[in-house]
Design a protein around this ligand. Structure first.
Ligand code: ATP
Ligand code: MG
Length: 334
C-alpha cells in the first residue's frame, strides 16, 4: 500500500528524531568492528581446541544482535560437550583457560570474574578489544538470535535501543555489577514497550514463529547470519523521538513495578505470581527462554529508587525540551 514508511528518515522529520539518527549512525557497530571480533574469535577457537578438542566458540551479545556500539565488548560462549559425563565446572574450565591464555602473547588483562555466570575477561593486545567469555551458558546464543530478529523486525528498533543504552550509561544505571540494569535488561524493557503500544511496533516473535525459537533447538541449528524473520508490518508510524519519549513515560507512570512482570515472550506484562522468582523483587523481567529474572541484580531499594527517579526526571525533561542533548551530551557520546 502507498505511504508506508520505508526508511529511517521517514521516522525522523523532527529535531529529536534526527538527533537519534545522528547518534545511531555515529555509534553503531561497523562491519570492520565485527570482522575484528570474528577474526579474534576464530583464532581463539583454534587455540582453545588444542586443549579442548571438541570446543566451539560463539560470538553472542550485542556484537551479533545488531544492537551494539563501536565500543561494545565481545561476548563469547565456549560450548564444551561430548564425552565427559555431567556438566563441567565452569570455574575449573576458566581457570585452565586463564593459565593457557597467559603465554599466548596476544591477550592481556586476563582475569576471572566469579559471578552467577562466571566469566573470563580479557583484552586483545593492540586493539584493546574486550572479551567476556563464559562456558556453556548457551541460552545466550538462543537469546542473541531472538534479539537479532527483533533488531531487524522494524527499522526503529536499533536506534531507539542505542539511545536508551547511551542514556542509561550516562546516568549510571547500566551496570548489573553495581546493582543497576544490565544492557540485556534494558533491551528487553524497550522491546516490551514496543510490543505493548496500542498499535504495536513489534509482535511477540516467539508466539508468531515458535519453530524458529524453539528452546530445545540444537545450538548448531540456531542461525547467526543473514537468515532472519520477515520484517513486521506495523501500523504504528510514530517517530523515533515520540517512541523514546513514550518509553520513558511508560516506565515512569504506566508500568506497575510492584505487580507486573515484563514478558517479551508473551508480548505483554504478566501479573507477579507468588513464585520465588518474582517475590520481593523490585524489577521483574523474564528471560525469554529460561523464564528467570534477568533484573535480579537490582536488589537494593536505593538503587531501585535511583532507577525510577532517572526515568521520571528524564521523561519530564524530554517532554519539555524535545532535545536529546538535555538527556545526554550527544556530541561527547559520539
Ligand atoms: P553491550 O552492548 O552493553 O555490551 P549487550 O547487548 O552485549 O550490551 P549484555 O548485558 O552485555 O548486553 O549481555 C550480553 C549477552 O549475554 C546478551 O545479549 C545475552 O545474550 C546474554 N545475557 C546477559 N544477561 C543474561 C541473563 N540474565 N540471562 C541470559 N542471558 C543473558
Ligand atoms: Mg556485550
Amino acid at each position: 500500500t502507498s505511504g508506508s514508511a520505508s526508511t529511517l528518515q521517514d521516522y525522523a522529520k523532527d529535531k529529536l528524531s534526527k538527533q537519534m539518527v545522528e547518534l545511531f549512525e555515529a555509534c553503531q557497530q561497523q562491519a570492520c568492528d565485527l570482522t575484528r571480533k570474528e577474526t579474534c574469535r576464530s583464532r581463539l577457537q583454534r587455540d582453545i581446541q588444542s586443549v579442548f578438542p571438541v570446543a566451539r566458540l560463539y560470538l553472542t551479545g550485542s556484537s551479533m544482535s545488531g544492537l551494539g556500539c563501536r565500543s561494545s565488548d565481545a561476548d563469547l560462549c565456549l560450548v564444551l560437550q561430548g564425552s565427559t559425563q555431567g556438566s563441567p565446572d565452569p570455574i575449573h574450565i576458566l581457570t585452565v583457560l586463564q593459565a593457557f591464555f597467559r603465554p599466548l602473547g596476544y591477550l592481556e588483562k586476563i582475569h576471572l570474574i566469579r559471578a552467577k555466570v562466571p566469566i573470563l575477561r580479557f583484552r586483545e593486545k593492540g586493539s584493546g578489544l574486550e572479551f567476556d567469555l563464559n562456558v556453556n551458558n548457551t541460552v545466550g546464543i538462543r537469546n542473541t538470535f531472538l534479539l537479532r530478529s527483533y533488531a531487524y523486525a522494524d527499522l526503529r528498533v536499533k536506534p531507539i535501543i542505542l539511545a536508551v543504552k547511551k542514556w542509561a550509561r550516562h546516568h549510571q544505571i547500566n551496570d548489573a555489577s553495581k546493582g543497576t540494569l544490565s544492557s540485556y535488561t534494558l533491551v528487553l524493557m524497550v522491546l516490551h514497550y514496543l510490543q505493548t503500544l496500542g498499535e504495536p511496533v513489534l509482535p511477540s516473535l516467539q508466539k508468531d514463529f515458535p519453530e524458529c525459537f524453539n528452546p530445545s533447538m540444537e545450538i548448531d541449528m540456531i542461525p547467526e547470519g543473514p537468515r532472519h524473520i520477515p520484517p513486521y508490518k506495523s501500523q504504528n508510524k510514530s517517530s523515533l523521538g515520540d517512541l523514546l519519549q513514550g518509553f520513558l513515560k511508560y516506565y515512569s507512570s504506566t508500568f506497575r513495578w510492584d505487580t507486573q512482570v515484563i514478558s517479551v515472550r508473551e508480548g505483554k506484562a504478566l501479573p507477579k505470581n507468588k513464585s520465588a522468582e518474582w517475590r520481593n523483587k523490585y524489577i521483574c523481567v523474564e528471560e525469554p527462554f529460561e523464564r528467570n529474572n534477568v533484573a535480579r541484580a537490582v536488589h537494593e531499594q536505593m538503587k531501585f529508587n535511583t532507577i525510577k527517579s532517572k526515568f521520571a526526571a528524564s521523561s519530564q525533561i524530554l517532554a519539555q525540551s524535545k532535545d536529546l542533548n538535555a538527556l545526554l551530551p550527544v556530541r561527547a557520546t559520539i
